[in-house]
Design a protein around this ligand. Structure first.
Ligand code: 13P
Length: 254
């Protein structure tokens, strides 16, 4: 199984700050075979690809539109991202669901657009606090995934990454416990198995939500946690690189 550590910078860093962080990541020695991905804001993606060329760090976008092009002012398409050398794209993040009306149907359309453009979708799912308190977390995440991934072939499913990000853990300092993460990741694996048995064991399942160097080891040690989608701790080179090193230690040899 691949191990992936992806940094979602969200709407943080101006150009000099982004270039400084990219330079620090580019200068760092590669750690094992952990796949390292960073997702700066749209304006900096082209420069990020150039700055990281020849390193083992790949570039992700945080969003894309489902259409290949056309009259969609302010939007960015998957073919545009591919033409820059962007290799991954986050889809269905809870912040885009909450603030930008991203529905499961849109997530599905965007995943299809990304796959058609040769970009790896990082498909986010996760329940809200009230849903977990009501014991509905599997129902919610199962429904999100079945709609987001509807109609994809096994070959397409093998090309995606899933990130489980419980909404109550994002930016709160309150991470899921290792047990909560492993339970949900095993459930997600079972949902994937129901969609395409041959793909289920190929899809990296990332945990996201207040994942930091001081809690990452127990999360990454879980059998079905294949890495992390990191927000706050990806904004500093030291903490992000520490997370890469922890993932390497937890997942070798596999
Ligand atoms: P934090 O790591 O800041 O909780 O953010 C997680 C996240 O939303 C990554 O996409």
């Amino acid at each position: 199984m691949r191990t992936v550590i992806a940094g979602n910078w969200k709407m943080n860093k101006d150009l000099p700050q982004a270039m400084d962080l990219l330079a620090r990541l580019a200068a760092a020695a590669p750690v094992g075979d952990v796949e390292v991905v960073v997702a700066p804001a749209f304006p900096f993606l082209g420069q990020a690809v150039e700055r990281l060329r020849g390193t083992r760090v790949a570039v992700a976008a945080q969003h894309c539109h489902e259409a290949a092009g056309g009259a969609f002012t302010g939007e960015v398409s998957a073919p545009m991202l591919a033409s820059l050398g962007v290799r991954f794209c986050i889809v269905g993040h809870s912040e885009r669901r909450q603030y930008c009306g991203e529905t499961d149907a849109l997530v599905n359309a965007r995943i299809r657009a990304l796959l058609a453009a040769g970009i790896t979708p990082i498909c986010c799912c996760g329940e809200r606090r009230a849903e977990r308190e009501a014991g509905r977390q599997q129902e919610v995440v199962g429904a999100q995934l079945r709609e987001a991934l509807a109609g994809l072939s096994a070959a397409e499913l093998m090309r995606i990454i899933v990130a489980y990000e419980p909404v109550w853990a994002i930016g709160t300092g309150l991470n899921a416990t290792a047990e909560q993460a492993q339970d949900m990741h095993a459930f997600i694996r079972s949902v994937l198995r129901g969609l395409a048995p041959e793909a289920a064991d190929q899809v990296p399942l990332l945990y996201g939500g207040s994942c930091k160097p001081d809690n990452a080891a127990e999360l990454f040690a879980c059998a079905d946690v294949d890495g992390g989608l990191i927000g706050g701790a990806s904004l500093e080179a030291a903490s992000f690189l520490e997370l890469v090193a922890i993932a390497h230690r937890c997942k070798q040899p596999r």
